[in-house]
Design a protein around this ligand. Structure first.
Ligand code: SF4
Length: 403
């Protein structure tokens, strides 16, 4: 009799199918007859599958089946295709801005364990959210932590880890466990995380309060409920809940920054209301109003406000409400660190192996020399060798063109 238990995977069954959920957000379905082909099985609890077979054989056969069906993982929120990046996936974590690790030779290292968002903000610079049709990624926590530790050892000085995902980080079911691992890393002095706050609650915040290195950057774009829903792009946005989260988090967590995005024609009048509300809190978070910027990849619902005009507006509000709104570079404490060498440079022609789909249709991720390379205009054929010319290499983020 074999018992296979999984922390990050859960099971449920229908007459014909075994439903497998990975990290709460991602799902796949295995026909029961294929599972029965291994041996007769039962589900003693939602995280365990039991086979009438010896342990070793069951483990090998079932992991083979999981691997097969994880290639058709989908996102429960959007139905989009998902790639699970784990230690044995052969996909390096350096090289892409959407997942893994981004090291820009500075004292802020970005990590991206997941893509996907439960909102659909009008100003989203990467067009992420409920209406997204892009492919998603989810990274095994242990793999991410191991690779990050190697990079921190390489940098060899205290660094900030910034959890800046393309989406909402608390959709990653392993997020609290990841934060605890980061907290335990010696050369990490700060862990900053950008979140829309919708998935937090008091109990979670109490647990997050034990992560003493944590800095929570929370979105808040309006105090008027209708405006907030419009900007969030979904009627399900619960402003009251987010306000409670901000107020409670500010009391419990060492550093909280509230970061509204001033978007011309959408929330100009809301900035003042947000300032007044922030000032009314028993403990005030830092307020960092941001200027909406147009991006090639963004939804771009408005024109940009010129920087001098934006700073003038902030200055007026600062004077009127005696509050600091203009954050300086020093507030972020960014330093240059040891330069990570690039295994290939712009202009090089290299051979790489296709590993998975990239974010956009008809684009793939190929791997070579412990880096991944985005290759647009390339059909996905797993493990196919391709020749690519490197057209971007900045900060070890690589884009290649098929040759
Ligand atoms: S919360 Fe962030 S990632 Fe999600 S849609 Fe809004 S801006 Fe984009």
């Amino acid at each position: 009799m074999a018992m296979l238990s999984f922390e990050t995977i859960s099971f449920s069954e229908t007459e014909e199918e075994l439903h497998v959920t990975l990290l709460r957000l991602f799902k796949t379905t295995i026909p029961k007859e294929e599972v029965e082909h291994i041996a007769h099985f039962t589900l003693p609890d939602s995280h365990t599958i039991q086979f009438d077979l010896n342990q070793e054989k069951a483990e090998i056969k079932f992991s083979y089946l999981l691997e097969k069906y994880f290639s058709s993982l989908s996102n429960k929120l959007t139905g989009n295709k998902v790639t699970y990046i784990h230690r044995n996936s052969g996909i390096p974590l350096l090289g892409n801005v959407a997942f893994g690790i981004v090291y820009r030779n500075s004292s802020i290292i970005e990590i991206k364990p997941v893509t996907s968002c439960n909102l659909d903000c009008v100003y989203c610079s990467i067009s992420e959210g409920l209406s997204s049709t892009k492919n998603d990624f989810v990274v095994e926590k242990e793999y991410l932590v191991e690779e990050l530790q190697k990079l921190i050892d390489f940098a060899d000085e205290p660094v900030e880890i910034h959890v800046g995902v393309q989406g909402e980080p608390f959709l990653y079911a392993d997020m609290e466990s990841l934060l605890a691992d980061l907290q335990a890393m010696e050369n990490v002095h700060t862990i900053s995380i950008d979140t829309n706050g919708t998935l937090l609650n008091k109990e979670m915040i109490d647990r997050l309060a034990t992560i003493t290195k944590l800095q929570l950057n929370l979105s808040l774009d309006a105090l008027d409920e209708e405006t907030a829903k419009k900007i969030a792009g979904t009627k399900t946005y619960n402003l009251k809940h987010v306000l409670e989260v901000i107020a409670y988090a500010t009391e419990k967590i060492n550093k909280v920054i509230v970061a509204p995005v001033l978007t011309e024609g959408w929330n100009n009048e809301e900035m003042e209301k947000i300032i007044v509300w922030i000032k009314s809190l028993p403990k005030q978070p830092i307020l960092g109003i941001q200027n909406f910027l147009r991006y090639k990849t963004g939804r771009n619902p408005a024109k940009e406000i010129a920087w001098d005009q934006f700073y003038e507006q902030l200055e007026e509000l600062e004077k009127k409400h005696t509050i600091k709104l203009r954050l300086q570079k020093e507030d972020f404490n960014i330093r240059k660190t040891k330069e990570l060498s690039k295994p290939f440079q712009e202009g090089d022609v290299i051979t790489a192996t296709i590993k998975c789909r990239d974010r956009f249709p008809n684009s793939v991720i190929a791997a070579a020399k412990e880096r991944n390379i985005s290759v647009p205009g390339c059909e996905f054929v797993k493990e196919k060798k391709i020749k690519v010319k490197i057209v971007r290499d900045k900060h070890n983020i690589f884009v290649g063109k098929l040759v």
